[in-house]
Design a protein around this ligand. Structure first.
Ligand SMILES: NC(=O)c1ccc[n+]([C@@H]2O[C@H](COP(=O)([O-])OP(=O)(O)OC[C@H]3O[C@@H](n4cnc5c(N)ncnc54)[C@H](O)[C@@H]3O)[C@@H](O)[C@H]2O)c1
Length: 282
């Protein structure tokens, strides 16, 4: 069958980039970094935003900011690796806001180690916070996304879903699993009108990255700033990514402008994965 055998759809006028008016969004890991940037981007696009994070005090500041800007937001302190807490949080969102249209399953942690030193408990912590959390967020959101008839999920994976660094065996594995989860969810729920994609960032200037720079850069002659600059130069575009640059891609994938995109792993990595290793001969 030719690939273009289906009926041609008239999608009508494309919505504007700011068109989340009347939508309800849920963002996990919203207290800081990429999740915070997405929550603000979706709010500024007109969505009511449910902000989930286990750091409830920091979440409260974000929700105050959104409210002060005239938006609607809900702070829900919860551990998204725990089924009962995610179920309760999603239930609260639908009770308070009446529906759910867009979900950014973004919460995650970075840990270090090789197969020789990562313990079973450390392995499990990373799998729970990075993979199980996205599964649970999708699982509890899906019935509501299906009910809207136009739901969308974006998962934050990583460039490390495609290429491994040294000393992050559990983190790298978890990010590859999220690419697989994205594809499986996309295939299972396409016919129910739910699109599922993931973003795969390179190095993003967030508290997570700063913590890594503090850990590995503090004894360098050029210090933490020198290491951050070096990580930036590792990307062909020559600098670190801003959280807002990831949020913009997440917003696009969650919007109707991405109506025919599902199951995709979208790189937001300044060309990191596109380039062959610098040590190879020209
Ligand atoms: N920063 C980067 O360079 C980078 C690159 C690629 C992918 N990512 C991924 O992007 C996502 C966000 O990263 P970030 O850099 O913004 O991190 P961050 O540490 O700055 O923020 C992550 C937030 O998630 C929350 N969180 C973590 N585990 C949680 C849990 N179980 N329940 C509830 N909240 C939880 C934290 O409290 C924190 O507020 C993560 O999945 C990370 O792996 C980050």
């Amino acid at each position: 069958m030719p690939l273009d055998a289906g009926p041609v759809r008239d999608g009508g006028p494309m919505p504007s980039p700011a068109d989340f008016a009347g939508h309800v969004a849920l963002v996990t890991g919203a207290a800081r970094g990429i999740g915070r940037a997405t929550a603000l981007r979706l709010h500024r696009g007109g969505a009511a935003v449910a902000c989930l994070d286990r750091d409830a005090p920091v979440l409260a500041g974000l929700v105050n900011q959104i409210t002060a800007e005239g938006g609607r937001a809900l702070a829900l302190g919860c551990d998204v690796s725990r089924d009962v807490e995610v179920a309760e949080a999603v239930g609260r969102v639908v009770r308070d806001f009446g529906r759910l249209d867009a979900v950014h399953a973004n919460a995650g942690i970075q840990r270090y180690g090789t197969a020789l030193d990562v313990t079973e408990a450390q392995w499990q912590e990373v799998m729970d916070c990075n993979v199980k959390s996205a599964f649970l967020t999708a699982r509890h959101s899906l019935p509501h996304l299906i009910a809207t008839g136009r739901g969308a999920i974006v998962i934050t994976a990583s460039a490390q879903g495609f290429a491994a660094q040294r000393n992050v065996v559990h983190y790298s594995t978890s990010k590859a699993a999220l690419v697989g989860l994205t594809r499986a969810l996309a295939v299972d729920h396409a016919a129910q009108g739910v699109r599922v994609n993931c973003v795969c960032p390179g190095s993003v200037d967030t508290p997570m990255l700063r913590a890594a720079a503090d850990r590995f850069g503090r004894d360098r002659p050029d210090g933490v700033q020198g290491l951050l600059a070096e990580w930036g130069r590792a990307h062909p575009l020559g600098h670190l990514c801003a959280p807002e640059e990831v949020a913009e891609v997440v917003a696009f994938l969650l919007s109707e402008r991405a109506a025919f995109i599902t199951g995709a792993a979208v790189s937001v990595d300044g060309g990191l994965i596109a380039r062959l290793g610098a040590a190879l001969p020209e």
